[in-house]
Write a protein that binds this ligand. Structure first.
Ligand code: ATP
Ligand code: MG
Length: 553
């Protein structure tokens, strides 16, 4: 393995110990998303962690939809989640499961608890249950229904299942300890009545299990060895253990918690992202400014860059926030190595080479990627008129300006050295055309007389190019942590997070580019073909990441 020398993380240490002591023979992990939204970069971390561990230990990885709460779940999300996980490269083979497939077994498990005297039907309202629960400093009070007989409980629970009661009228609670210092152990609700259709089981059920009851059962049924979740479930672990113990599963899974991934200047929580989508602040779950996996893909992220990111940030027991710039750094690393180079002018102005013969066309072979000679070359045409960036010309240059200004020479990338001779302006004084003369002796980077030419600029042949729309993205939020404390994250939106440039000029070769292709637009940054809006008739490129690495290690 490539990382053999790298020290192991705390989860690997636990697994090593478990295997050494024979607690488990094999490693079996799972990823259990709730299908109530799209996956985001935090989920990617969890997926790659779980899948990676299964691979590392030659074990298995299950995909399981935790669809026990029918009110917020939709099939649309099931499909997007599957696609995202496949794209990331995690493979569940033939082990795709739904928690709802286990509703019968969960019901049986609840009956078993009742029979053992470990669960009871309670008629208290939600408010009363909360009141009875006590506080962190005071013990709770026992429900007056706590000591119902097994027979009565069995009957009432069956009636709950048969639809005799309205939502909230009765619940099933685990009978644990109302004085426990852990609030989660104070007779938690494990089943509730909810007369709602489920996206898979339809109207078969009108009672649904609570997460803390359902999850350990799902893990145990599937033979999960290490059930990895995030820190907020640490206080729920005693309940998790209680459920698998009381239900007498032969091989109780071990819950292990790690810290969630947070990133600066974005939001990762589904409920935040949902708000941005629902309020039309962003253009859907895959808006490239978001960090959903769909958005990252549309932005030009590669599975490799995301894997590299999650591997490098590692896993921890302590919450922390990772710089967004580090994610970008990982993408830049990948694209610098692998993206083909191309030329595109974002703010075009015409450059006329006045001493170049009218009607003449030359072809130049240029390397697709200097880092990968095997990627070959492509042909770009050159003629009397080309487009250059408007800011590559200054009539009156500022200090140290080394690009085009009257009397100065620059290289037109891969072609000739040209010398600026002037410009044409409109009535308002705006430069509308720039003029230059080329030196035929300098073809293809040749400098016969050892002349010093400092600037190199990119260009596209004005007579043979493609129009393009280019979308530039910036941070969605103006502060690193828009969702902390009592902040309303919507107050910190960056009004300039999206800039759309139309009328950009791309080299003709880009006309056939399709998603998910990425390019380095020379001197500008890394761009990908937009996977929704781009077509040969209307090219759309998204800036994935800028050229320069602002991330300080
Ligand atoms: P969110 O609050 O963003 O909706 P969630 O935890 O409710 O997240 P689930 O679909 O319930 O989302 O989570 C599936 C798995 O992904 C869980 O194991 C969860 O702990 C993990 N997960 C969710 N968010 C993150 C994160 N930011 N970093 C790492 N793992 C995460
Ligand atoms: Mg959730």
């Amino acid at each position: 393995m490539e990382n053999e020398t790298v020290s192991k993380n705390f989860i690997e240490n636990i697994i090593d110990k478990d295997l050494a002591e024979g607690v488990y023979d094999t490693v079996h992990t799972r990823f259990p998303p709730e299908p109530n939204g799209y996956l985001h970069i935090g989920h990617a971390k969890s997926i790659l962690l779980n899948y990676g561990l299964a691979q590392e230990y030659n074990g298995k990885f299950n995909m399981r939809f935790d669809d026990t709460n029918p009110t917020k779940e939709k099939s649309e999300f099931v499909e997007s989640i599957k696609a995202d996980i496949k794209w990331l490269g995690a493979d569940w083979e033939d082990r795709l499961f739904f928690a709802s497939d286990y509703f019968d077994q969960m019901y049986e498990a609840a009956v078993k608890l009742i029979q053992k005297g470990k669960a009871y039907v309670c008629d208290l309202t939600a408010d009363q249950i909360r009141e009875y629960r006590g506080t962190l400093t005071e013990p709770g009070k026992e429900s007056p229904y706590r000591n119902r007989s097994v027979e009565e409980n069995l009957q009432l629970f069956e009636e709950m299942k048969d639809g005799k009661y309205a939502d909230g009228e009765k619940v099933l609670r685990a009978k644990i300890d109302m004085a426990s210092p852990n609030m989660n152990m104070r007779d938690p609700v494990i089943y509730r009545v909810a007369h709602v259709s489920h996206h898979r089981t339809g109207d078969t059920w009108c009672i649904y299990p609570m997460y803390d009851f359902a999850h350990p059962i799902e893990d145990a049924i599937e033979g999960i060895s290490h059930s990895i979740c995030t820190l907020e479930f640490e206080d729920h672990r005693p309940l998790y253990d209680w459920v698998v113990r009381e239900l007498e599963y032969p091989m109780p899974p071990r819950q292990i918690e790690f810290a969630k991934l947070y990133l600066t200047n974005v939001v990762t929580g589904k409920r935040y992202i949902k708000k941005l989508v629902d309020q039309g602040i962003v253009d859907g779950w895959d808006d490239p400014r978001l960090v959903t996996i769909a958005a990252l893909r549309r932005r030009g992220y590669t599975p490799k860059s995301i894997r590299s990111f999650t591997e490098q940030i590692g896993v921890s027991k302590v919450n922390s926030i990772v710089e967004y710039g580090f994610l970008e750094h990982c993408l830049r690393d990948d694209l610098n190595e692998n993206a083909k180079r191309a030329m595109c002018v974002l703010h075009p102005i015409k450059l006329v080479i006045t001493n170049y013969p009218e009607g003449k066309v030359e072809e130049f072979e240029v390397e697709n990627n200097p880092n990968r000679p095997e990627d070959g070359t492509r042909t770009v045409t050159f003629s009397r008129e080309c487009f250059i960036e408007a800011d590559d010309f200054m009539e009156e240059p500022i200090k140290k300006y080394q690009r085009l200004y009257p009397g100065n020479e620059v290289r037109l990338k891969s072609t000739y050295i040209v010398k600026c001779t002037g410009c044409k302006k409109d009535e308002d004084g705006n430069v509308v055309e720039v003029y230059a003369e080329y030196d035929p002796e300098t073809r293809g980077g040749n400098t016969p007389d050892g002349r010093k030419v400092r600037g190199t600029i990119h260009w596209v042949d004005a007579n043979n190019c493609a129009d393009a729309e280019v979308r530039l993205y910036d941070n969605l939020f103006t502060v690193p942590d828009p969702d902390t404390g009592d902040r309303n994250f919507l107050d910190y939106l960056n009004p300039k997070s999206l800039e759309v440039l139309t009328g950009c000029k791309a080299e003709k070769n880009l006309e056939t580019a399709v998603a998910p292709q990425s390019f380095q637009f020379m001197r500008i940054g890394y761009f990908c073909v937009d996977n929704k809006d781009s077509s040969p008739e209307h090219l759309v490129f998204n800036r994935s990441v800028s050229l320069k690495d602002g991330f300080k290690k």
